[in-house]
Write a protein that binds this ligand. Structure first.
Ligand SMILES: O=C(CO)COP(=O)(O)O
Length: 138
């Protein structure tokens, strides 16, 4: 499964804690992240992460593009609900696209843990029935 990991600055330490705690699960999957989040995760955990641009420079949109191609299976986006972002439209668009394509999305650590445990238990396996064009394979 393809998993996107994104965290705003004040949530990055929490993302590191999450990735450290769930490394055994995450390492079984293809990991993608916005630039700084990905770098922090790789440095702290040794996990292999494909890094896109930093969020404010288009990284959220790059991940959104993958979602729109049905190439992302889980999104963990630890966003900061107490800070205004210069790229707020991109943040909103990423969350919106996750809903458009019914992609499991966590925006806080509580939901992130549930989704990662569910991922490991096979609860996201239904994603395998979708191909890259977004249609169901029979
Ligand atoms: O801003 C972000 C998501 O909106 C995250 O970007 P970085 O991981 O590059 O800090």
């Amino acid at each position: 499964m393809r998993v996107a990991l994104i965290a705003h600055d004040r949530k990055k330490d929490l993302m590191i804690q999450l990735c450290t705690a769930y490394k055994m699960i995450l390492e079984k999957h293809e990991l993608y992240a916005t630039g700084t989040t990905g770098l922090r995760i790789m440095e702290a955990t040794g996990l292999d992460v494909h890094r896109f641009k930093s969020g404010p420079l288009g990284g959220d949109q790059q991940i959104g593009a993958m979602i729109s191609e049905n190439m992302m299976d889980v999104v963990i986006f630890l966003r900061d609900p107490l800070a205004a972002m210069p790229h707020e439209p991109d943040v909103t668009a990423l969350i919106r696209l996750s809903d458009v394509y019914e992609i499991p999305l966590a925006t806080n650590i509580g939901t992130a843990e549930v989704i990662l445990r569910g991922l490991d238990a096979g609860f996201v396996d239904w994603r395998q029935f979708y191909n890259a064009e977004g249609s169901i394979k029979f």
